[in-house]
Design a protein around this ligand. Structure first.
Ligand code: 3PG
Length: 304
């Protein structure tokens, strides 16, 4: 069996070595394609492999259709909107993710960005603190849960909205469940986004919700840029001098937002999951899931 690890944004060395070791021990061949600049390189590298591990790399129909031996793709991470599920299903290729494995890293970055923002980008001027402030967690999955834990440590009042998670589960974490998404935005000075990008959520965060946020609002996006209505976000930034936006994903209209200077911050590359711990957790889980499927037909974490 041959496995391709296609990671434009490479895993930490310790994680890549760990993945290689798992496949060596299982008698699999494992090749890496890192920091590639051309999608055609991915298509070519996948042509003769049985399995693929990706991060945010685009596992397109072209990649899938050209990979004649392909049986499984594992997204080493949570969101699998970068994998063409329809194309995979059509070809009988199993797709999995590795839920929870990188979620603490993403949650920690959310707080890194919040503090950077409310300390005025560390420019030496007097900022504000998280203690006693309100935070709303929009979707209570693995990252949301970690954000809640850390927020409580900072002494924040934590609210959450997630119609797919039982109220008791959220309340057990010392988090107050709100009844509507509007109420979440109304109550929270900070809102941390953890919704996936799909047909229902794309462009769903815009003026209607953002204008409900109280004074000195900070929207924190470690989810996906697609969930933001970027035109409306720009309007909110223009109309509300107290509104800030920090994001781990550069917006499509980044150049148009430059004028908002100190009220915006974007990481240069998606950095949320970029820690050695998260790389190791997600990368090794992906390798084990591939072997589990190919050797024992274990389909746990299948998403298609
Ligand atoms: C995820 O969905 O797991 C995160 O967005 C991390 O993405 P990355 O592996 O490309 O850093």
């Amino acid at each position: 069996m041959k496995v391709l690890v296609a990671t434009d944004k490479p895993f930490a060395k310790v994680a890549a070595d760990g993945i290689k070791k798992i496949f060596d021990e299982a008698g699999y061949e494992c090749v890496f394609l890192e920091k590639y600049t051309d999608q055609a390189d991915f298509v070519k590298a996948a042509a003769d492999v049985d399995a693929i591990i990706v991060r945010s790399d685009l596992a397109t129909k072209e990649v899938i259709d050209n990979a004649k031996n392909l049986k499984i793709i594992v997204r080493a991470g949570a969101g699998y909107d970068n994998v063409d599920l329809a194309a995979a299903t059509e070809k009988g290729v199993i797709v999995m993710n590795t839920p929870g494995q990188n979620s603490n890293a993403v949650a920690e970055l959310a707080f890194g960005m919040m503090i950077y923002q409310i300390r005025n980008h560390f420019d030496g001027s007097s900022g504000t603190e998280l203690l006693g402030k309100t935070i709303g967690i929009h979707a209570y999955g693995n990252v949301g849960k970690n954000v809640a834990r850390i927020a409580r440590g900072f002494g924040m009042k934590v609210y959450a909205f997630d119609p797919f998670v039982a109220k008791e589960v959220i309340e057990n974490d010392g988090v107050e469940v709100v009844e509507s998404v509007e109420e979440l935005y109304k109550k929270s000075q900070f809102v941390s986004l953890h919704i996936p990008a799909n047909d229902k959520t794309k462009k769903s965060i815009g003026t209607a919700l953002l204008n409900l946020m109280p004074k000195n609002a900070v929207l924190v996006n470690t989810a996906r840029k697609e969930v933001i209505n970027e035109e409306e976000l720009k309007q909110v930034l223009a109309n509300r001098p107290d509104f800030c936006y920090v994001s781990d994903i550069e917006p499509g209209n980044k150049a148009e937002l430059v004028e908002f200077e100190k009220r915006i911050f974007f990481t240069p590359k998606k950095m949320g999951a970029q820690t050695s711990e998260a790389n190791t957790n997600a990368g090794l889980a992906a390798a084990r899931q591939i072997i589990g499927f190919l050797n024992n037909n274990d389909t746990t974490f299948k998403v298609n």
